[in-house]
Design a protein around this ligand. Structure first.
Ligand SMILES: [Zn+2]
Ligand SMILES: [Zn+2]
Length: 375
């Protein structure tokens, strides 16, 4: 069938919305009508080449939609189901999966680099030219063929904008706090970067009982939103005195620092403002080839724990419905993350607004309703 998709033909080029050919879902695959797709910094890293991905490709990996058709042997979803899309359809059988760490699935991480679906197949093309999938989803489109294991069924009537963000930013930010760091009630937290991921980490830290939460963010409107969502202090990331401000406020360093942005200098700053024995969790993916430099003696003497977290170390089938239930109970105000909505043809504008920080989280609505002011 034909559908509309935003294609990235080459690095540093604007995305082009084009009519593309979508093959029928193969065995274990599902065709999803995409209702909403968040615009994530990882997509931008693919545009700039900071994170290499096979091109041409249809980007987008933060989506929600409704199942339209299923391939052979699909058992977990049916046409009409509302789904959050997981960009890490774990195999379930590799060592990492067996250890309960599906976000490190060896099969999925290898296949993701190939730009295919998990079984190695491709379902997108344009006038006979193969288009690569991106993170197994390619949600900057009206339809997508995805692996059944990417489909996390959620209740009918779930807000599809919120559900889309749960597909990446929200699960990544909250998961960093509750799955990776497993913070304790009463602890002190710093969050560097208050975009969709950082704001989610802030909400997760409040949910988990942190006593103080400091947001460090250069954009004023995002600092205001951070305070609204649970931060107890918001510091301007451009201020050279930010490290001292953090040390003063936390009486010598925070227990946990979450780095929800890519620059490695932020990991180094997070290390400096974390108290001895504390934990630094890197969430944002730095550019390919970048290196973090840490002071050697302090690394030993301070016994700080430095770790990363990929996709919030989540088990999507468990964590995503749980997060949406907490949202429904009013304990996670995720709807505040939804910023301006865009039509598919406005995807390049959505990227520009994401980069300037003028919108909390830019959301594409590929079936039309765009150019709103958001909620
Ligand atoms: Zn993402
Ligand atoms: Zn696996």
């Amino acid at each position: 069938m034909k559908t509309e998709a935003a294609v990235l033909w080459g690095v540093d080029e604007p995305l082009e919305v084009a009519e593309v050919e979508l093959a029928a879902p193969g065995a274990g695959e599902v065709r999803v009508r995409i209702e909403a797709s968040g615009v994530c910094h990882s997509d931008w890293n693919a545009v700039t080449g900071a994170s290499a991905t096979p091109l041409p490709a249809v980007l987008g990996h933060e989506g929600s939609g409704v199942v339209e058709a299923i391939g052979a042997a699909v058992t977990s979803v049916s046409p009409g189901d509302t789904v959050v899309l997981s960009w890490l359809p774990a195999c379930g059988t590799c060592r990492a999966c067996q250890q309960g760490r599906p976000s490190s699935c060896e099969h999925a991480t290898r296949q993701m680099a190939a730009g295919s679906l998990p079984d190695g197949g491709f379902r997108l093309s344009h006038n006979g030219t193969r288009l690569h999938h991106y993170s197994f989803l390619s949600t900057f489109a009206r339809h997508a063929i995805v692996d059944e294991r990417s489909c996390i069924r959620v209740p009918a009537g779930t807000d599809t904008d919120v559900a889309a963000l749960v597909g990446c930013a929200v699960t990544t930010g909250i998961g960093a706090v509750i799955n990776r760091a497993k913070i304790s009630p009463g602890c002190s937290v710093a969050v560097f970067g208050a975009g969709g991921v950082g704001l989610s980490a802030i909400m997760g830290a409040r949910l988990a009982g942190a006593e103080t939460i400091v947001a460090v963010e250069p954009v004023g409107s995002r600092r205001a939103l951070a305070l609204e969502l649970g931060a107890t202090l918001a510091l301007d990331g451009k201020d050279p005195a930010v490290a001292q401000g953090l040390l003063d406020y936390s009486h010598g360093g925070v227990d946990y620092a979450f780095v929800a942005a890519g620059p490695v200098s932020l990991v180094e700053l997070a290390f400096a403002v974390t108290r001895p024995g504390g934990m630094i969790v890197a969430i944002g993916v730095p550019p390919d080839g970048s290196v973090v430099t840490l002071p050697g003696p302090q690394l030993v003497r301070s016994e700080k724990i430095i770790t990363g977290t990929f996709y919030g170390s989540a088990r999507p089938a468990i964590d995503m419905p749980m997060i949406l239930r907490l949202h429904a109970q009013g304990r996670l105000p995720l709807e505040k993350l939804v910023g301006r909505r865009y039509r598919l043809g406005e995807v390049n504008e959505a990227f520009a607004d994401m980069r300037s920080g003028s919108s909390a989280r830019s959301v594409l609505r590929p079936w039309g309703e765009g150019t709103g002011t958001g909620g």
